[in-house]
Design a protein around this ligand. Structure first.
Ligand code: T4K
Length: 420
């Protein structure tokens, strides 16, 4: 199907390009038979959770892959963040980017630690080290950097600030499993790093996550805290919670690990297909990856310049949705414009100009093994048509809006006629 004219677009009466919707976050699935074999083993052993053999095996494999001393598998990334924050003794205020998934901020607020939102820098869209120091107060206990969309933060600069001010440094590496910074695996930096292995991540354990660290004492504390604080059968040493990963999740993780290279290869191919298909398209920038680093490329992110493209990011989102492409505005509108932070800090946005700017411009497109090369070619062709037809589209959308306003006014008038 080639959609060249405005009338071909689903928004204006054409047939949608995709009968079945394409998602950002459709899971990558490993070998079904291998997963079922592992689940059969769980049945036979009758060991379902509480650090069973599959969890231990997964932890060992992940620690080996990353090159860290300790990997503690968790029930999800959010609880992993909460436990890491508590185990590190973060209190008072912690500086983090607003441009992240809401879980990063909630993990602090949930423990009554105040998230202090820092702006992001324009090249990596990660926390801007140049703006961190100005936010440090006597109450600041730490910094959380987020390796957004699998692109590392400015790790060296953050480490320097943390060390100078004696702050804890935690990384939310939810997007960055199997990526490198300066040739070293993400997971080795800061006091600890946290991964998410949620179903929507390129490597998943259904739900899951992990904390990795080289600090022996911290690792021990985290292990206790994820198991209600138990340090022995009848001995509780810390305030703890239940953050354990189940055996079935570990079975999925071990199975996913066996396909890790294939998942990454597919993401790389998809990235290059998008690169080729969108090359030269005015007003669209595909967020680049450092070719010198290893990256999972699990997010395909485009930035749309409305003036050059002819349509706003939200108009593109809407047109794509009509075609069955469920693109996502990760992470619009920024944590500071979501509750409870919007009410707590109504003026936070004044210090976040870059966050506000990019939150209006970025869009994540489908990738991963559920997406075919031909799907990407179609998405790119649609993007070209949106651009070439943008003037007509704008005119039609404006006319539709006017019509809707007039109709609403008319129905208001007839209502007041009835009432009088
Ligand atoms: N820090 C950062 C920086 C994060 O990005 C995240 C999570 C966390 C911390 C917290 O980690 P976890 O506690 O989640 O482990 C999704 C994920 O739920 C979330 O894990 C992820 N980040 C975030 C970026 O995306 P939603 O609400 O956008 O997901 P949802 O349910 O709309 O799923 C996206 C699409 O994926 C759906 O349209 C359909 C498809 N999908 C989803 C699931 C769950 C499937 O096809 N199959 C599935 O099983 O948050």
């Amino acid at each position: 199907m080639d959609k060249k004219q405005m009338a071909d677009l689903a928004r204006f009466g054409g047939t949608p390009a995709f009968e079945e919707s394409l998602h950002v976050g459709a899971p990558n699935l490993g070998n079904r038979a291998d997963l079922i074999d592992r689940i059969n083993g769980i049945y036979d052993r009758m060991r379902l959770t509480n650090r069973g053999p599959l969890v231990c095996e997964l932890e060992e494999k992940l620690a080996g892959l990353i090159g860290v001393k300790h990997c503690i598998a968790m029930c999800n990334g959010t609880v992993a963040l909460e436990i890491a924050i508590r185990a590190l003794g973060m209190t008072g205020e912690v500086i983090l980017p607003s441009f992240t998934f809401i879980a990063t901020a909630h993990a602090l607020q949930w423990q009554e630690v105040t998230p202090v939102f820092c702006d992001v820098e324009p090249d990596t869209y990660t926390i801007d080290p140049a703006k961190v120091e100005a936010l440090i107060t006597p109450k600041t206990s730490g910094i959380i950097g987020v390796h957004l969309w699998a692109r590392a933060c400015k790790i060296n600069a953050l480490a320097e600030i943390a060390s100078k001010h004696n702050l804890k440094l935690l990384y939310d590496a939810s997007h960055a499993f199997s990526c490198t910074f300066d040739g070293q695996m993400i997971g080795r930096f800061g006091d600890a790093e946290v991964f998410s292995f949620h179903a929507t991540k390129f490597f998943n354990t259904f739900e899951g996550g992990a904390i990795v660290t080289n600090n022996d004492q911290l690792a021990e504390k985290i292990r206790f805290m994820q198991n209600f604080g138990f340090a022995g059968r009848d001995r509780v040493e810390y305030l703890g919670t239940n953050g354990k990963m189940s055996e079935v999740s570990a079975a999925m993780g071990l199975t996913s690990l066996e396909s890790l290279d294939a998942f990454i290869q597919t993401n790389h191919q998809h990235y290059h297909s998008y690169q080729a298909g969108l090359s030269g398209l005015p007003g669209v920038r595909l967020i680049p990856f450092d070719e010198g680093e290893q990256s999972n490329r699990q997010y395909i992110v485009i930035e749309i310049d409305e003036n050059r493209f002819g349509l706003s990011r939200d108009q593109v989102l809407n047109l794509l949705e009509s075609e069955g492409v469920l693109a996502r505005r990760y992470f619009y509108p920024g944590c500071h414009r979501m509750e409870p932070y919007r009410s707590y800090f109504p003026n936070a946005g004044l210090l976040l100009p870059e966050t506000n700017r990019i939150a209006e411009r970025v869009l994540c497109l489908p990738t991963g093994s559920a997406v075919a090369r031909s799907d990407i070619d179609m998405i790119c062709r649609l993007m070209w048509t949106f651009h070439t037809q943008s003037q007509d589209i704008q005119a039609r959308l404006t006319a539709n809006q006017m019509k809707a306003v007039l109709e609403a006014e008319k129905s208001d008038e007839s209502c007041s006629e009835i009432l009088t």
